[in-house]
Each structure stands twice: as C-alpha cells, then as structure tokens.
Design a protein around this ligand. Structure first.
Ligand SMILES: NC(=O)c1ccc[n+]([C@@H]2O[C@H](COP(=O)([O-])OP(=O)(O)OC[C@H]3O[C@@H](n4cnc5c(N)ncnc54)[C@H](O)[C@@H]3O)[C@@H](O)[C@H]2O)c1
Length: 308
C-alpha cells in the first residue's frame, strides 16, 4: 500500500504522521513544491519511527512525481489555507490552479490512484478534480464531513458532559461555515438521542459552534487547523487501504441522490478498497432537506467561479 500526500504543510505532514503511526501503509511519499521541505518533513517523521513504533517508510520529494508512481491513494493538501476572517471560498483563485495541476500530475504517474481532496474550498476542488481528470466517481473523495463530524462530537460531548466515545453524530452538506448540516436530531449518546439529555437551545448552540469550528481555530491559531484534519484524512485512507467499509460523510459527485445532480457535496458514503463503494441515501426531515438544498446552492455558486 503506497500513499502519496501532496503538500508537506501543516495538514499534509499531520496526515502523513497519523498514517504512519497507524502502521497500515508500507510507504508514504510526501511531495511539496517548496525546495527540500517535503524531504525535511519526511526525515523528521522517520526519526519518530523507533519512538512511535511504526515501520511505514516515509520519503519526501520536491515536485518529482516519478517518486509517486504506483500510488494506491493520493491525498491533495497543496494550496493556501485561510487566515482569520477569511472564508474557505476566498481561496479558490489560487487553489484551483494548484489542485488542477497536482491532480493531473498524480494520475499521469498512478493511473489507478484513488484521490482524496483536502484543499479548500474542498467541495469545489473535488468537483474540479472530477472535471479535469475524468476519473470514475468512486475514485475521487472530498474530505470535510469526517472532520466536521469529529468537531460536532467534540461539541456534543462538551454539552452533555460525556466522554466523546459515548457520542455519535454526523455532519453532511457543504464544507463551509454556512453550508454544514449537522444532523442534530440523529445524534446519540449510546444509542439514545442527545435531545433526551440537553435542551433545544443548547443543542442549537452545539450546531452553531460546529459550523464555525474551523473559523474558531483559525482565529486562535492565525491559520487553519491541522491535527484533526490530518487525523480525519488518515481515517479515510485507512478505511480504503484496509477495506474496512466504514461510513463517513464525504464530498462525492451526486447523480440524483439527495435530490442533487452534478455537484460534489458531503453525504454519507461507504469507503472500501474501491474508494466510494456506496452512497448512503438516508431519509432527511423537511428542515434538513431545506438546509441541504441551501447548502448545495452555496456550493454551486462557488463551482460557478471555476474556469473549466
Ligand atoms: N478539507 C478540510 O477539512 C481541510 C481542513 C484543513 C485545511 N484544509 C485546507 O488544506 C490546505 C492546506 O492547508 P495547510 O494548513 O496544510 O497549509 P500549509 O500552507 O501549511 O501547506 C500547504 C503546502 O502546500 C504546498 N504547495 C503549494 N502549491 C503546491 C504545489 N503546486 N504542489 C505541491 N505543493 C504545493 C506549500 O508549499 C505548502 O507546504 C488549505 O487549502 C486548507 O484550507 C482543508
């Protein structure tokens, strides 16, 4: 199992680290455009191997795609992150060009690769990856919902004063401050709906805190977060690499599911060795349907800014 991570920045390096620590991949290649940067990150990470007990071989390269040849999975984290006060959508001007070049270079050397798109605005970058590569839809996956769901569970656990391992919940919709749709009515503590434990106004606060989860961290850190994004990507990579068939909300090209077409947006999917093996079409309440429709309109508007 060979995994390439493009972008050796905050998210790319965190993702490579979590993949290595979980010890399921034989090789991780980290690629960056900045001279020596990926090589440095790879060497630093390899020097944690004896301490953290992994055998995954991590190597770095400065923009040499021949080193990524034969990758089973490639993660695209290259591009600029947002600064405090910015939306993810504002990154499109720079990141679209980067994602397009990177996706095409990856498939040139790894024609069977499964792509995981992380760069923002992620749903639009996932759509762009489809348009420029023409890969089958099961092989292009956008990572956003897995992270947003982890943030939702963190906020729910805080509100319920419960351990996070007791909590289950999911966020679908667009990966944006306004587009996320946390499925509050479906969230549970040990199979009991969280609405049994907290009042409606507290649950609404959890929903709002979840939607601005990324912006809150960007304000605190001065740039966007990396630990939870890296961990979320590594969970998707592991489900594919180990054919776990886990369910995550991921951005995927829809063709009628959830009443949407020709758009990539977050919905529950099953991830196995073929990438997206199934789109899970769950029944939504009228209010969730309306939120999903509004979210899709936002993603479509951003897609309209693409020059493809
Ligand atoms: N989808 C999500 O849930 C999620 C979460 C966090 C961050 N992000 C996004 O991920 C991206 C990366 O964030 P970060 O914090 O790691 O940024 P970063 O600036 O720390 O790292 C980005 C790296 O990409 C490299 N790069 C730029 N152009 C490149 C190219 N053409 N080829 C190869 N490498 C190139 C840069 O040199 C840099 O090292 C941003 O767009 C950010 O908004 C998405």
């Amino acid at each position: 199992m060979k995994v390439t991570v493009v972008g050796a920045g905050a998210v790319g390096a965190s993702c490579a680290e979590y993949i290595a620590i979980k010890n399921f991949a034989s090789e991780v290649v980290v690629l960056d455009i900045k001279e020596g940067y990926a090589e440095g990150k790879a060497m630093d990470l390899m020097q944690t191997a004896s301490l953290n007990g992994f055998d995954t071989k991590i190597t770095g390269t400065t923009n040499d795609y021949s080193k990524t040849a034969g990758s089973d999975i490639a993660v695209i984290t290259s591009g600029i992150p947002r600064k405090p006060g910015m939306t993810r959508e504002e990154l499109i001007g720079i990141n679209a060009g980067i994602v397009k070049t990177v996706a095409l270079s990856l498939i040139e050397h790894s024609p069977n690769v499964i792509l995981i798109v992380v760069s923002n605005p992620m749903d639009t970058m996932t759509y762009l990856a489809h348009k420029v590569t023409g890969l089958p839809k099961n092989r292009i996956i956008g990572m956003g919902g897995a992270l947003d769901s982890a943030r939702f569970k963190y906020r729910l656990a805080e509100a319920l004063n419960a351990p996070i391992s007791d909590i289950d919940g999911m966020v679908i919709g667009g990966h944006s401050d306004t587009g996320m749709v946390p499925l509050a009515s479906h969230a549970t503590r040990n199979s009991i709906r969280v609405t049994e434990f907290i009042a409606e106004d507290r649950l609404q606060q959890v929903v709002e805190d979840t939607k601005v989860g990324g912006a809150t961290l960007t304000k605190l850190l001065g740039t966007s977060a990396w630990y939870a994004p890296g961990a979320a990507v590594s969970a998707l990579v592991q489900s594919i690499a180990c054919d776990q068939k886990k369910m995550f909300p991921c951005s995927t090209l829809l063709n009628g599911e959830y009443g949407l077409k020709d758009i990539c947006i977050g919905v529950p999917v099953i991830l196995g060795k073929n990438g997206i093996e199934q789109i899970v079409d769950i029944p939504l309440s009228e209010s969730e349907k309306a939120k999903m429709k509004e979210s899709a309109e936002g993603v479509s508007n951003t897609n309209g800014l693409l020059e493809v």
